[in-house]
Write a protein that binds this ligand. Structure first.
Ligand SMILES: C[S@@+](CC[C@H](N)C(=O)[O-])C[C@H]1O[C@@H](n2cnc3c(N)ncnc32)[C@H](O)[C@@H]1O
Length: 345
């Protein structure tokens, strides 16, 4: 670079930082770099390119594996990954290289869902905020219908905190059977089954596709007749005649129920519990963190009346439904994430 070029670049940099809002402009540049990385990783997770990049591959091989008919666009996308440090190119072969890209390429379900969710449903409420603010009451997005699988998988980020909580409940109560409401990918159905070799667990979920996928995934796990999975809406689902559960768990889904219906649903579940049974509700609440404010916005932009419960709201609805709240614990550091245990009064 010539001395003249250097001086003119330096002048440009000084002018940028001295401009009104110069510091804000620098922050915006840094934000948009992070956004490009996130968008790149999200598109890697959303397409078959993620898995195709687990080993070094040429452009022609990648085109073949992903049925790409526009190598020029794919090449441009690969260049973004290399510049972001998420891909490595050696000779004429590209491969996932950054930590996050490698996790996606190796099929990590949680990271893949987290990045997919950015494109599928996390950005929509912000991109279409203007229209969403002008909707009629009850109108909104249908993310739960459209992206149920990704939603169920992305919610597993809290699993390392929820599982010990459920294990504690099982070890305190020794339930013979349990109902996992809104079981999604079945992570907590499995946690309950693994917590006690005697327990039988029924998992229900309103999304039939999610139930089918979970059944396929858990079929080979050897739970046999201890595991039953069924499609069902907690507001209407009835178990086989006379069945009562010693434990009912609602993990990460109470917020899909409109606030004014929660006490009724808890009341329904009270009738499905055995006389000394226990209901467990696990949920992020608000306010308290960026994640909780963000999830509340996503929920409030849905069709219907979904909302993240405010602090104390779950406990209040449980008492209204005829429960005694026996414990309310904060499960996750830095997040207002509660685990509530309640028994019929
Ligand atoms: C965020 S996911 C959580 C899944 C799982 N419990 C977990 O924590 O990983 C919410 C799940 O609740 C299910 N769900 C939402 N409303 C429901 C309802 N009314 N009855 C049954 N399941 C419901 C959704 O289909 C979805 O799979």
């Amino acid at each position: 670079m010539s001395g003249r070029e250097r001086i003119s670049q330096l002048r440009g940099a000084i002018a940028t930082t001295r401009a009104k809002h110069g510091a804000a402009r620098l922050l915006a540049i840094s934000d948009s770099r992070s956004l490009v990385r996130s968008l790149f990783l999200a598109s890697m997770a959303e397409t078959s390119l993620g898995l195709a990049l687990v080993r070094p591959a040429t452009l022609a091989e990648l085109c073949e594996r992903t049925q790409c008919t526009r190598p020029d666009r794919l090449r441009a996308w690969l260049d973004v990954g290399v510049e972001a440090g998420e891909l490595r190119v050696r000779g004429d072969r590209w491969q996932a290289h950054g930590r996050r890209a490698r996790a996606i390429a190796e099929g990590d379900a949680l990271i893949t869902a987290q990045y997919r969710s950015m494109l599928e449903y996390q950005s929509g409420p912000y991109a279409h905020l203007g229209a969403l603010l002008r909707c009629k009451p009850g109108e909104g997005r249908l993310d739960l219908e459209d992206y149920a699988g990704t939603i169920a998988e992305a919610s597993l980020a809290a699993a390392p905190f929820i599982e010990p909580f459920l294990q504690q409940v099982v070890s305190d109560r020794h339930p013979v059977n349990a109902l996992d409401v809104g079981c999604g990918s079945g992570e907590y159905t499995r946690a309950l089954l693994d917590a006690d070799p005697q327990i039988a667990v029924v998992g229900i979920d309103v999304a039939p596709d999610v139930v089918d996928e979970t059944r396929d995934r858990m079929r080979a796990d050897g739970y046999g007749s201890r595991l039953t999975l069924a499609a069902g809406d907690v507001r209407t689902w009835e178990p086989e005649s006379g069945t009562r559960f010693d434990l009912i768990a609602l993990c990460n889904n109470v917020y899909y129920l409109p606030p004014d219906e929660r006490a009724d649903v808890f009341g329904r579940l009270r009738h499905l519990l055995s006389s000394d049974g226990e209901l467990v509700v696990v949920s992020l609440t608000r306010p308290g963190s960026i994640a909780s404010a963000h999830l509340h916005l996503l929920l409030s932009c849905q069709e219907g009346d979904a909302a993240l419960p405010a602090r104390g709201e779950i406990e209040h609805a449980l008492v209204e439904a005829g429960f005694d709240v026996v414990a309310s614990e904060m499960l996750v550091p830095t997040e207002p994430f509660v685990g509530v245990r309640a028994r019929p009064r």
